[in-house]
Design a protein around this ligand. Sequence first.
Ligand code: HEM
Length: 510
Amino acid sequence: MNLINTALFIIIYYLVFSLIKKNKKRNENSLNGPFALPILGNALQLYGDKPHYKMDELKKKYGSIFRVYMGDLETVVISDWEIVKEMFSKNFDKFGDRVKAPTTKHFSNNYNNLTLSHGDNWLEIKEFLTNALKKTKLICFNQLLDDQVTQLLQVFNNYADAKEPFEPRYFIQRFSLNIIFKFCFNQDFSFDGISKKYDQSINKTEVGKHGVGNGKRLTELLELIDVVFEELAVNHLGDFVDILKPFFSLYLKYKSTSIYEIRNIIMEEYQKHKESFDSEKPRDLLDLLLQEFEYNIENDGSKCPKKNVEKIVGILIDMLMGAVDTTGSSLEWCILLLANYPEVQEKAFNEVKSLNKDRINLCDRSSTIYVNALIKEVLRYKFISPFGIPRSCSEDCYIQGHHIPQGAQIIIHFRGIYFNEEFFQNPLDFDPSRFLLNNDSSNTQFVPFGIPKRNCPGQSIAMDELYASISNILLNFKITTVDSAQIDETEVFGLTSHPNLFNVKIEKRN
Ligand code: HEM
């Protein structure tokens, strides 16, 4: 009886303590936010397939900066880039790190990558990668991008010839994955009959089943990346409720194995590269990372190659995970929006046509201001990362007079910024011309890749990929909706948001 009473007392004490802790204002500068339950916090309020819309409602009530609780984790939600800049740029020392949680630890192999590492470890990996990225871009990027654009245009061509509805998702993912795979490993995934054979294969299993060459491996890898993204996107209570964390860590270790499979694929490439590595002739990012690695060993006599191998593998996983869904989804949205907004498409087409070229190259960018504005507007209107990648606050501080407590998670509510009348006129309209006017807000409040120091290292790869593909698709094809019906623009929420599967009609421009 005594035992039961004691247990009950502990539980009630824990619940009351948690309730008071979450809802009591620490001081007059504490952030406002909705009433939070013990253990769950505001999870029930945010639960569902559109948490970013729910954040919108909270923003209306509490303003551009407020707090919610995800389980036990106090979370600061920001909808104003000026506040984000003050945190992430001016106060980088306090806001530079990511949140530590079972999921982030599991997927980063104990924080051994760029995206989820902290402090000096992050800085070291960042320097390591920045050097290697710059050199790789110089040795191989333009040619490989050009080849992949040619393959993508071939797919469009085949569908135009066949006059069949075209569902872009698979081909666009392949395009994005191929670019980054070739960039990292000097290898791409080829398969025959680029489109005809696959035109009915909406379902990826089908594609895998009929895959030839290494197409099957491509499908496997895309599926594994999808699974990891899905697992990362879910707000697991095991990450946010303190007493559940140890159990959730165990669950991840034994049940969440997709990341191990991705790691095995990368390790295979790593081994092959080690065998054929020639420091005089680097072929790709992995060779350049190996070069840095060899260099480090020679220079500091480091006897810990295993640590470096883990870092290299972590970086390469970052590259694949960071590149495929983000750029792929943005391109998929762009095709959908071109079909839904024919007047925008015609303007952009007229601009690329006026260059009088058979092929648009990256160096034509300065002559295509409307296409540049179109790409920006796609990234604003269908921002692919609804809450960015959360940061963590390492010490109590004040930002624009608001108290930010140590340990709080910081997320950017992109919808709250990009759909704010104050920053963007008629924000619900898809209108690339807003980026033609030199309007202050569109410059200062439009930051899709984050701000230095911890901004996106793939920004120039992503922007090159989007420009080269979109400008050449525009030049060669007209995209229309099937049966003149508008395509559904609802976004499917995730770590990256994408449209529901859709079809378009492709016609050649002559
Ligand atoms: C349209 C495409 C893309 C968008 C909108 C995008 C956006 C972002 C954003 C908002 C962040 C978080 C920055 C922060 O913490 O403040 C980020 C980080 C990151 N991105 Fe991208 N990204 C894109 C494409 C890419 C590509 C192509 C790659 C790889 C080649 C990549 C690799 C990464 C990595 C590794 C990080 C983590 C950086 C760190 O923690 O230091 N991204 N990205």
